[in-house]
Design a protein around this ligand. Structure first.
Ligand SMILES: Cc1ncc(C[n+]2csc(CCOP(=O)(O)OP(=O)(O)O)c2C)c(N)n1
Ligand SMILES: [Mg+2]
Length: 662
């Protein structure tokens, strides 16, 4: 006899209670409250095949309320994914176990995105839904025809990013996005009444979403609501009325179940009330069998899809697109053309020029900007807008939603088949930062086109002039920060970002920069992260390290020093992370390990000097800006902060004198 849905759901409840109990850490309340809704979704609606978590046309499931990680771990185990195993679940939250505190896409193939920072799951789901519609427009229903389901909590809907995400989804009419809201009226501090009185449903309706309600503890009613959502052409919010910690007789409905083990007595009482075996980590055979059958529901559809792929005549192309392989064959012809006609350009313009070649050569790119298209230079001529009427377009007008844009790009990148890039001003990486961090943690190939990268943006002044941004972004693991110095480096950095398995930030200027690299190089010099652009002509006494717009200043400074007989190397350092990854011999060649009395190292970057001692040493000279900027035309601002060759030469020679360097 087929076990009831409630019995299937209770298996989730039991595993959640047992795992949290064993770890004495974790969040049982959310999985227990949403177990029935998840059972409805996974046994009847979600298209997936547990045997192949990477089937490209699977529905995407995102647990935005990532603290309820035991919900997804239980679902993956019960439906028969290879991992997590029951042993993995017994080691919930322990070192080396894939059942991490919050779900991590890099640990388990069944986990589509990393969640835990509330609100970002929903926003990434918007990106997944965009990628699905876009690829559907490219490949048709035969190959791309899936949905994106989300489970979100009160917190996910309270976070500010929710507003950005649902606005984007509503405007793009992402009807295949369905969010199940765990409306349990509880957050950590207690009742949601403490902090919220808005009408969440009306807010979604105002953003042009379809909404409906159900009893989240009745799987049949949840299915009814999901059917209604599936039938509606708009994105859907399903309000699932639930009870947090459902089944725990003394604690359910209270914040006490949110984030700690229930305790042995409460677990025993809950199991008794739910009709469960009291032994930990046991799933009755009939229940496990029913779950495993649910895990194979999609197998036939999967097989039919594979047949369609074989017959499509596009198999190789489709697979390479999904796997995200890109060629940099565009680079050399582009550089040849560029070198034939060198002129001063801002690196934001140089980025646009490179993108003309990239977008023509790589159909997977999808560009966009947070309402700064004309400033970020992110839209190339042939790109059509991606809109509700034309999902085949490759340019997204994200609106003034930097965080929403960044999170959506994470979802697009992790969906696969799309390489998203998007722009705003570098200073507003702060608005996008939590999603940039998730790009890095998740190793999502997102390319951030961040223009107006210093005081060189001029008159907009200190609110718009980045100071601490470059260094703070460089401090983030698994993120490559590029600050190219001219059009050639800009193209090289674009090529590296496209080839990377990690997210990249391109920090680009507003102001024009002179061409510095006039000769074709035999390799991508930016790939080393830093390279000697000019060698000392006199006896080497100074090595100047500079990035981006300051490399030009460094060269002019070096020329003056050489006139005084002071041999000076200029090292262009477009990417510190890449330089750090070079072999020691290379790093020592660029920055020889000699006393600072023999060779002075100088850094020049129009931003904080914090951290540059890493390369110039404690006795080096760091030239930068350790305060907020000024509202003034760019040349005046540079002059004001002493960032001119004349002033820097004086600083360097004074410094050498006081340090006794001859
Ligand atoms: C951005 C962010 N802020 C704070 C937290 C810490 N946190 C985790 S869960 C939670 C409460 C969430 O409430 P709700 O979504 O209603 O979850 P429930 O208690 O119902 O499981 C908070 C504040 C977080 N994970 N992410
Ligand atoms: Mg809640």
């Amino acid at each position: 006899m087929q076990p009831t849905d409630r019995r299937l759901a209770n298996a989730i409840r039991a595993l959640a209670m047992d795992a949290v109990e064993a770890a004495n850490s974790g969040h049982p309340g959310m999985p227990m409250g949403m177990a029935d809704a998840a059972t409805a979704l996974f046994t009847r609606h979600l298209k997936f095949d547990a045997a192949d978590p990477r089937w490209p046309d699977r529905d995407r499931f995102i647990l935005s309320a990532g603290h309820g990680s035991m919900l997804i771990y239980a679902l993956l185990y019960l439906t028969g994914y290879e991992r997590p195993t029951l042993e993995d679940i017994k080691r919930f939250r322990q070192l080396g176990s894939p059942t991490a505190g919050h779900p991590e896409n890099f640990e388990l193939p069944g986990v589509e995105v990393t969640t835990g920072p509330l609100g970002q799951g929903v926003a990434m789901a918007v990106g997944m839904a965009i990628a699905e519609r876009h690829l559907n427009a490219v490949y048709g229903d035969e190959l791309v025809d899936h949905r994106t389901f989300v489970i979100a909590g009160d917190g996910c809907l309270m976070e500010g990013i929710n507003h950005e995400a649902i606005g984007l989804a509503g405007n793009l009419k992402l009807g295949r996005l369905i969010v199940l809201w765990d409306d349990n009226k509880i957050t950590i501090d207690g009742s949601t009444d403490l902090s919220r009185n808005e009408d969440v449903i009306a807010r979604h309706q105002a953003a042009q979403w379809h909404t409906c309600e159900c009893d989240g503890l009745d799987s049949a009613d949840v299915s009814r609501a999901i059917e209604e959502a599936l039938a509606d052409p708009r994105p859907s919010l399903i309000r699932c009325k639930t009870v947090i910690g459902f089944g725990a007789p003394n604690k359910q409905g209270t914040a006490a179940t949110h984030g700690s083990a229930l305790g042995a007595d409460e677990v025993a009482a809950a199991k008794q009330g739910l009709g469960l075996d009291s032994a930990p980590f046991t799933v009755p055979d009939d229940v496990l069998t029913a779950w495993r059958t649910a895990g194979k529901r999609g197998a036939v559809e999967h097989a039919l899809w594979k047949e369609r792929l074989e017959e499509s005549g596009r198999k190789v192309e489709f697979q390479s697109r999904i796997e995200g392989r890109v060629s940099d064959a565009w680079l050399k012809p582009y550089l040849d053309k560029l070198l034939a006609d060198l002129k001063p350009v801002a690196t934001r313009k140089a980025s646009e020029m490179a993108l003309e070649a990239i977008n023509a050569a790589i159909p997977a790119t999808v560009g966009g900007s947070a309402d700064l298209t004309g400033s970020n230079n992110t839209k190339t001529k042939a790109l059509e807008p991606l809109t509700a009427d034309n999902y085949g377009g490759r340019y997204i007008y994200y609106g003034i939603r930097e965080f929403g844009m960044a999170a959506a790009m994470n979802g697009m990148a992790l969906h696969g088949g799309v390489i998203p890039y998007g722009g705003t001003f570098l200073v507003f990486t702060d608005y996008a930062r939590p999603a940039i961090r998730l790009s890095a943690l998740q190793r999502a190939r997102v390319i951030y086109v961040m223009t107006h990268d210093s005081i060189g943006l001029g008159e907009d002044g200190p609110t718009h002039q980045p100071i601490e941004h470059l260094q703070s972004l460089r401090a983030m693991p698994q993120l490559e920060v590029y600050r190219p110095a001219d059009a050639v480096e800009t193209a090289e950095c674009w090529a590296l970002a496209l080839q990377s398995e990690e997210p990249s930030i391109l920090a680009l200027t507003r102001q024009n920069l002179a061409p510095l690299r006039a000769e074709a190089a035999s390799e991508n010099l930016s790939a080393r992260g830093a390279y000697r652009l000019k060698s000392a002509e006199n006896n080497r006494k100074v090595i100047i390290l500079a990035t981006g717009s300051e490399v030009e200043i460094a060269l002019a400074t070096a020329a003056q020093l050489e006139q005084q007989g002071i041999g000076t190397d200029v090292v262009s350092m477009p990417c510190t992370e890449r330089f750090d990854a070079q072999p020691l011999e290379y790093r020592e060649d660029i920055l020889p390990d000699v006393s600072n009395r023999e060779i002075l190292r100088v850094s020049i970057e129009a931003g904080t000097t914090f951290g540059w001692e890493r390369y110039v040493g404690l006795h080096g000279l760091k030239i930068g800006i350790d305060r907020f900027g000024v509202s003034a035309p760019a040349p005046d601002a540079y002059n004001y902060f002493g960032l001119t060759p004349d002033k820097i030469v004086t600083r360097i020679t004074d410094f050498m004198r006081t340090r006794g360097i001859q």
